[in-house]
Design a binder for this molecule. Sequence first.
Ligand code: AMP
Ligand code: ZN
Length: 482
Amino acid sequence: MLLYNTLTRRRDEFVPIEEGKVKIYTCGPTVYHYAHIGNLRTYMMEDILDRYMRYLGYDVKRVMNITDVGHLTSDGDTGDDKMLKGAKREKKTVMEIAKFYTDAFFADCKKLNIRIPDVIEPATSCIDDFINVISSLIEKGYAYEAGGNIYFDTSKLEKYYLFNDFNEEDLEVGVRDGVEADSNKRNRADFVLWFTKSKFDDQELKWDSPWGIGYPGWHIECSCIAMKHLGEYVDIHCGGIDNAFPHHTNEIAQSEAYLGHKWCNWWMHVLHLNTNSGKMSKSSGEFLTVSLLESKGYDPLVYRFFCLQSHYRKSLVFSYENLDNAAISYKKLVARIVPLLKDTDKSVDAEALAALKKRFTDALDNDLNTSLAVTALYDVLKAQCNAATKLAAIADFDTVLQLDLIAAAQRVIDEEEKARAEKEAALAADPVARAIEEKIAARAAAKKAKNFAEADRIRDELAAEGIVLIDTAAGTTWKKAE
Ligand code: AMP
Ligand code: ZN
């Protein structure tokens, strides 16, 4: 399998550290607000990675943190604490906010068929782990105390800017945002490991530490949580592209300084979902959430389908027009599965199935090309094999794609059945209507047999009884003449 690695800047053949096992770490949400559908694009594409690794037979262990402390509004350690901001906005405590939005995040994941990682760890439950690693970094000379805070000293590294050729100007983001630069830092790229001189007097969550009462920086959380559950080596670390710098760059700096060796082999970054007006935001414009899409009548899996139709390494533009197109395609796809389910031949052609599966794995082996994997689904529908084989292929692909295609087709059949039963019950209570329906059925049969004279005769007979027929694409209905 070829998987793009931001570290090497090319697609490399994926080889796990330990045969048959894959250790994946995912940066989890900062639970100060709902996740927007851009955040969820990232989690969905990471879900494809997770599920495809399992599909290939790997024993996958995936760990995700929940950021419930320490993430400031600017990733360069400036601005307000996002959690505190959320608590003030809603006049609740930080822990109430964290609980509410953690639950909301998992509810969204469920709606989008995103598998919950094997380990979920909130940052606030690992304070001792952070303190241990920070103490060791100070001992090794990689960290220093200044103005009460503990900073990582990036000048101690041979190479800090690993992903891109960033220049230090990038770190002036905070200054551009109108926030004071931190004069305690020895080097511009240095970052906070532990805050004690909090500029937030009303910071709710603080813990005792060797350096005074305070709270951890955001970056140290992910390094420590990954090490706690995955050990000293990680196969794949994922996140949205905005996390590459400074968050992941800082994670590598402190983890490798602490461990004394390379930490993580692959870095997978998902490009952003944008709107026509630019970056997706939680504070300005329409706040796009899964619940909002539902309130507008969209099935969350239509959003999943929309995302799968493009590659994770390309940014994607969200618009309702694009989502409407995805909804139409999804409905058509499901409609084409309905007759397969009705077919009574249940024998699967193993050879034909293997050929169909190969197209699917070829697509995902090519750097998780989900849009080609969706094309492989359409190839199944067009294939020269029986319905049972097609259904087996669709069910197999859907263990990864998670579009609930067969369940959706079954729902269409159940609804058809229900409508038929309701109509039958209504006709049983109304013999006149039943007689009309029988004549309509006889007329349809005559038309089918090209006996148009008979069809016209039946229509005229009904007209004489004061019944007008209305022919539509879906069949014939009737009403009493006015
Ligand atoms: P946060 O909750 O802000 O820490 O972000 C959660 C995840 O969403 C991170 O992996 C981010 O990199 C990612 N992310 C943020 N904005 C977007 C976006 N517009 N499109 C896709 N992913 C995003
Ligand atoms: Zn992280």
